[in-house]
Design a protein around this ligand. Structure first.
Ligand code: SIN
Length: 279
């Protein structure tokens, strides 16, 4: 059976005792799923996985999610490269708290990321537990957010005038900005996790642009206050990468954020998303 070593931080566990380069039994998949739901982000070290292995592993947990605004890697429909070259000068990709594609009608349940080229320093990924963030919120603050319907959009990032838009030069990642990024989608800010039923905060400022029925000048300070709360140290797990390490995280219970500190070194990971859970 799998061996699970919790990080000792707000979320995260390392899983060993399983070979992800081989097909997995239903029992092992069920054990990984329940461990994932408990710890929210799992890392599997020493897995020399191919892209076929990554796709097979992902498909145990649901259909592939739809990745807008990225070209997939050559020859694959469902794998994107998270890449930064040693001499790249463009701002880091995803160095802000977010949950993947929260602006979609059915955002991906999870994301799998496989480390191929990992720099010797820096490049950690931070994860913030949004059940813990909600649970610890003082009553007065919680009353400000309960019942709010958040308006999500990818515009600030992926519209032609967004952070990864037409002025973003010299980036090695295959990001494809598009006008469709301005479309909006609503989700309750406080919502039940679809599999565990546990309440948590879903997504944050960046993809959340405002709240239904609230003026922008009122929404903005609330979003800023919320962002600061959601990313407090006590909710964070800092993940350090190794090559041949697979990480899977739950977008329904976490925010995540890339970090730098590896200028002069290449970094390359392959990524898939797991579509929203269909009970
Ligand atoms: C991501 O947000 O998908 C990328 C995270 C990272 O590069 O550490």
């Amino acid at each position: 059976m799998i061996k699970v070593t919790p990080s000792g931080q707000s979320c995260g566990a390392q899983v060993t005792g399983v070979d992800l380069t081989q097909p997995l039994s239903d029992d092992i998949v069920a054990a990984i799923r329940s461990t994932w739901l408990e710890h929210h982000v799992l890392s599997f070290p020493d897995q020399a996985m191919t892209d076929d292995d990554l796709e097979r592993f992902t498909s145990y947990f649901g259909d592939f999610g739809h990745d807008p605004f990225f070209d997939p890697i050559e020859g694959r429909k469902n794998i994107a490269a998270i890449r930064r070259d040693a001499d790249e000068k463009s701002p880091l990709f995803a160095e802000n708290w977010h949950t993947d594609w929260s602006f979609q009608a059915h955002p991906p349940a999870g994301t799998c990321l496989f480390g191929i080229t990992i720099p010797p320093v820096g490049g950690d990924t931070l994860f913030a537990n949004q059940h813990a963030a909600l649970d610890a919120m003082p009553d007065e603050m919680r009353a400000q957010y309960g019942g709010l319907i958040a308006i999500h959009s990818a515009g600030l990032a992926y519209a032609p005038d967004g952070a990864y838009g037409e002025k973003d030069e010299g980036r090695s990642m295959a990001i494809r900005p598009d006008e469709s990024a301005r479309e909006t989608q609503t989700h309750p800010l406080v919502r039940e996790h679809p599999e565990t039923g546990r309440l948590g905060l879903f997504s944050c400022m960046g993809y959340i642009m405002g709240f239904e029925g609230m003026a922008q000048e009122d929404a903005l300070p609330l979003l800023q206050q919320l962002y600061a709360w959601q990313s407090r140290d006590e909710f964070i797990y800092r993940h350090q990468w190794q090559s041949d390490m697979l990480v899977m995280w739950d977008n329904r219970s976490l925010l995540h954020c890339a970090t730098g500190g590896y200028d002069g070194h290449d970094r390359l990971l392959h990524r898939t998303t797991i579509a929203a859970h269909q009970p």
